[in-house]
Design a protein around this ligand. Sequence first.
Ligand code: VG1
Ligand code: CO
Length: 543
Amino acid sequence: MERLTVKTRPIEGQKPGTSGLRKKTHTFMEPHYLENFVQSIWTGIGGVEGKTLVLGGDGRYFNDRAAQVILRMAAASGAKKVIVGQGALLSTPAASNLIRKRQTDGGIIMSASHNPGGPEEDFGVKFNTPNGGPAPEEVTNRIFEATKTIETYEILEAHDVDLAILGNKTLGDMEVEVVDPVADYAELMRSLFDFDAIAKLFASGFTMRFDAMHAITGPYACAILEGTLGAPGGTVVNSVPSPNFGGGHPDPNPIWAKGLVDLMMEPEAPDFGAASDGDGDRNMILGRGIYVTPSDSLAVLAANAHLAPGYKDGLKGVARSMPTSRAVDRVASKMGLDCYETPTGWKFFGNLLDAGRATLCGEESAGTGSDHVREKDGLWAVLLWLNILAATGKSVQQIMHDHWESFGRNVYSRHDYEGVDADRAAALMETLRTRLDTLPGQSFAGRTVEAADEFSYEDPVDGSRASGQGIRVMFEGGGRVVFRLSGTGTVGATLRVYLEDEMDDPARFGEDTQKALSDIAVAADEIAGIREHTGRDAPDVRT
Ligand code: VG1
Ligand code: CO
């Protein structure tokens, strides 16, 4: 086996975004593209010599090939060992768990998450640090710097490692341990939740539909929900991971999981519905006749987590990303918990979780998680919901209604304008930025602006700063609109407009979300000139 030093040149644009580097798959497959980035990861983390890493991905097209390249590069740079999920598969939360449990020096997750997969679609690579969480900006900046100066990379010339069969192997001098991707994760879930109570719930005739969206949570959900908890066969649908996710977007929202949403709105719907995304870190929650907004789900989980054994002593604090609704803030203030507001992306929760300042974190983009790992965790959220349903005996509708009665309701929706021309999107944000100071006191669609700013964050643990994290406009009476550009897309720009209003009159709790937010939506357009800048009449996705 020969160790090769391959000459290369910096490739432009290898800057990690909200969650790792995401590009078109064919871009990743171009000569040296993946290799340059992986070598830059090694540089960014001070080399891999003698280190142990975890490796796995969501099974999308190129996952298997990329895994072999990464293994050969780890071996060539002197890594001691790589722990790989069988078939090069690991959900993002399962990878985070393995990194922590096996006390490794970090790991590489191959995924573009909710973005579609296939030769014409998206691929991604992300490095997670030894705490199991996505690399903080300090590390991703070092990786990016390395991509700009790289001249060579090291790779072993070798046959593929057989990742289909469990067990220990070698690649050159490096050990490769192929592990069951589900087993450790399932054990962790068992330690957090009352599996007996959930199993009794299923035995009593409680019905559920889990849509794995042809993505990575299929094997996890089948093993845990059907295998361990006794949910009837067929509870999990679209359960076999496919390289192009069955041709869809593995994004659990009302557009891409429309079939599940439609089913749940029928009179004979199952009691509970859920879905997860490409890499298994997002969740969608539904009850019969009700879609639970992710921000509300976070609030409900915060208010009820103590019903699950893993959280019986209560929470140390909660955290949410800035655009996430302030429903969880209401819970925190009533329960006397600290509540943190961070920029978008899970990497900003890591320090709070590590320092024991927060137990539960969440984002409006269907991400919820806790200090059990350092990533958001789709199936975890579903199991916590099941535990709460089992412990209270209530329906999802009842839980939501009772929650709003106790805490009030923050009605919330996100409107996405996808594939917008990048320059036009940047112009929209820039115009908005220059207008910020003039907004307070002005009225739009009957709403008076109280304050407007561009969000920046100082990490309370290490003092690091992140600026330019989205523009927020606060209205008198508690309404709010936030504007940001996505950092996970691969084509053009996606404008995200986050709309929120406070609703305290119980007579309005049943109101349709889009209707309740219609004047805030009009105000958002008047403030930012969305139609004018994007040339669009309506958003592509409303969550
Ligand atoms: C989006 C979401 C953000 C999430 C990120 C990664 O980022 O808004 O909340 O953390 O995706 O999630 P952006 O920059 O496109 O808004 V995942 O499941 O794609 O890893
Ligand atoms: Co994801």
